[in-house]
Structures are given as C-alpha cells and as structure tokens.
Design a protein around this ligand. Structure first.
Ligand SMILES: Cc1cc2nc3c(=O)[nH]c(=O)nc-3n(C[C@H](O)[C@H](O)[C@H](O)COP(=O)(O)OP(=O)(O)OC[C@H]3O[C@@H](n4cnc5c(N)ncnc54)[C@H](O)[C@@H]3O)c2cc1C
Length: 352
C-alpha cells in the first residue's frame, strides 16, 4: 500500500488526505495546529464558492477548478451536516457607482442583470439598491464546519492524525524518507522552501444582527472598499475581506476594520447597530499570478498558492494530487514555467 505523509490541516491538507486515503493510500497527517482551528488561514475564510464572480480578476483555470470543487462540497453535504447553500451570489453597487456594476458584468460570465423589483424578491432587506447582478449558479458553505467535517471524516476513514507537531524543515526532509510520498500543505509556512510564495493579508469580521436578513452572499462594489457579506446561522454575518500584500501580520489595522464596517453599513444601515462578534485576520498563501501550484521535488509534493480560492480550489487540486501519485498522471494545467522539474515529474531534484 502506498504510504503518504500529509503536512498541514488547512483546507489543502485535509482535502489531499481525503483524496489519497479514499484512493487506497495509507495516509498520516501531521499538523502544527490542534486539527482545523484558528491557526489555519482556512479558519477565516468566507466560504464563497463563486467561480463566476472571481473571473473579475482570476484566470479561467480558477473557474474550472471551482466547478469540480463545488461538486465535491455538494457531495460532502449529502453525507454530513455540512450545508451546501446553492442560493447564488448577488452583486450590488451604490447608485453613483453603477459604472462599476457594468464593468463587473463585462468581466464575468453567467450573470443576470436584475432591476429593483427582482432584487427585492431575492433580498427583501436590500430595498435601497436600484439594480444588481445575480449569479444563480454560485454557492457558499460554512468553512469552519467544512474543515471540522473533513477532520472527522479522515478519522473515520482511518487516517492517522498527529496534532500540535510544528515540524522544522529538517524534520520534514528527514520524514520524507519514511514514506513513499510527502505532501506539504503548510500554506504560507512553506515559504521557507518555496521562495516565490508570498502573503496576501485578509481581515474579516463576524457581526450579529437580528434586524437584517440575507439569503446569499452579497458583494458590494465600491471604489474604496469592495467587500462581501456572507450570511451565517444564528443571525451572524461574515464581513470580508481586505487584500493587502504582506508576508506577515496577525493583527488587523484600524483602517481595515473601519473600511469593512463602513462597507457593511453601506449594504444595510441596520448593520450600524450590529454587535461585533469577532475580528479575524490571516495571510493567504499566493504565487505571483495568484494561481495555485502542485509542485514536485522527488517524493515531496507541495500543494500551495490557494490565494483567495482555498475552498474553491483545494478539492480539485487534491484530486490531481491523487492522480499524480496513483496513476502517475501529471496535471499539466498547473505547470509552473519557472520550475521545469515539474514538467518531468520523474525528476528527483530536492528542494533547498
Ligand atoms: C479573510 C479571508 C477570507 C477568505 N475567503 C475565502 C473564500 O470565501 N473562499 C475561498 O475559497 N477561499 C477564501 N480564502 C482563502 C483561503 O482561506 C486560503 O486559500 C486557504 O485557507 C489556504 O489553505 P491552506 O491549507 O493552503 O493553508 P492553511 O489553512 O493556512 O493551512 C496550513 C496548515 O499547515 C499547518 N502548518 C504550518 N506550518 C507547519 C509546520 N511547520 N508543521 C506542521 N504543520 C504546519 C498549519 O497548522 C495549518 O494546519 C480566504 C482567506 C482569508 C484570509
């Protein structure tokens, strides 16, 4: 039986461990955190599955990975308590910024322009917007529930789970010799080995309000602070997220929180009375083109660079990792031109 060591319990590590264990490998997962928790970037995500809206700035590959991942989440929700909310996404802009709505429409696909009446049918509380764009085929999940469900599933499937072990680079290299394959899913921490990995800081809030009801993620287009609001159970809302180039930064700034709160207030004035439940921050791992990579060095495989597409991309990447390890099928879509060793995936160059 093929033995695999997965490092990391963020969305990348969990989905890789799941794909490999269900494909018949004997998987051991080691993580610095106590399972999926607030130490992972994955904890702070909005959980939006928005392959069409993301096309505003992302390459078409993100859409392709996104559709595959959405099928995975749908399937997982059919066998667990995870809820796959297939209510679409609504994009709105203040009256003076309608030009931004037109530009967003041009850059994305599968939207339907809706007038005020149609908008109110979808979201009765947003009656101060005059028009919007509706992406009916998008969805969202609750990310913290998703990682917990996956963690439990891994335990049920017999994955050996080792928590609170923050491995040094030397330990990681040494352990690679004990397994057929090692999959490094350390997120931004892997920048000690992947020198082109950078960080994009994201700040977010959870607020509580019984005065506003939303049925789906709302994206507000705004010249200074574009944001989204994702409804959560129990009258909570996730408000996110900033995008700031920074390799570190575990503390949110006053400016960012002011902007997030201003934008929430612009979506609905009743959010002015909402309670702030939580302020969160983490740094997204990203490569220069904001596309994810599966990069192989000998028997070590890095799965990284999920940027703002962790939930949208990870399950599809994990399937490709399983294809690579089990069927020796290289995933040519995620070739990194700067790393020719990937194009010959039998090469056994070791990472520095
Ligand atoms: C505010 C915010 C909002 C976001 N919203 C969305 C969204 O709506 N939709 C979406 O798809 N994506 C979203 N993202 C992006 C998504 O969260 C990331 O792409 C994703 O979390 C990256 O996952 P990862 O598994 O690569 O890294 P992480 O989640 O950071 O996991 C890394 C794991 O490695 C472990 N680790 C690190 N170092 C070591 C070590 N030395 N030894 C052992 N273990 C180690 C850590 O403990 C952790 O378990 C958002 C991100 C942020 C910050």
């Amino acid at each position: 039986m093929t033995s695999v060591h997965v490092i990391g319990s963020g969305i990348s590590g969990l989905t890789c461990a799941h794909a490999l264990q269900t494909a018949g490998c004997a998987v051991t997962l080691t993580t610095a955190s106590n399972g999926p928790d607030e130490q992972c970037c994955s904890w702070w995500a909005g959980g939006m599955l928005a392959p069409f809206c993301e096309q505003e700035t992302a390459e078409p590959l993100i859409g392709k990975l996104g559709f595959e991942s959405m099928a995975f989440w749908q399937q997982l929700s059919s066998i667990s308590e995870l809820h796959y909310h297939a209510n679409g996404t609504l994009v709105v802009a203040p009256a003076r910024d309608q030009v931004m709505l037109r530009s967003f429409e041009r850059l994305t696909k599968q939207s339907r322009r809706i007038d005020r009446t149609q908008l109110i049918e979808l979201e009765p509380d947003l009656n101060h917007f005059t028009s919007g764009l509706f992406y009916k085929d998008e969805a969202h999940i609750e990310p913290r529930l998703a990682v917990k469900v996956l963690w439990r599933l891994l335990a049920d499937l017999g994955v050996s789970l080792n928590t609170q072990q923050c491995l040094s680079n030397d330990e990681i290299k040494e352990m690679a010799g004990q397994y057929d394959w090692q999959i490094d899913c350390r997120g931004l921490a892997a920048s000690d080995s992947l020198d082109d990995l950078r960080g994009v800081k994201g700040e977010m809030l959870h607020i509580h309000s019984t005065e506003v009801e939303l049925n789906r993620p709302i994206r507000l287009l705004h010249p200074r602070y574009p944001l989204y609001i994702v409804p959560r159970p129990d009258h909570q809302f996730m408000v996110g997220a900033t995008m700031i180039e920074a390799n570190h930064g575990r503390k949110p700034t006053v400016r960012s929180i002011l902007e997030l709160l201003s934008a929430a207030y612009a979506v609905h004035p009743a959010f002015g009375e909402a309670e702030i439940v939580e302020i969160g921050v983490d740094v997204r791992p990203a490569f220069n083109d904001n596309l994810p990579r599966i990069r192989r060095y000998g028997n070590r495989v890095y799965v990284n660079g999920l940027y703002r597409h962790g939930y949208l991309g990870a399950p599809a990447l994990a399937r490709r990792v399983a294809d690579l390890l089990i069927n020796n099928t290289p995933c040519t879509e995620i070739v990194d031109a700067n790393h020719p060793e990937w194009t010959n995936h039998r090469n056994t160059t070791n990472v520095a």
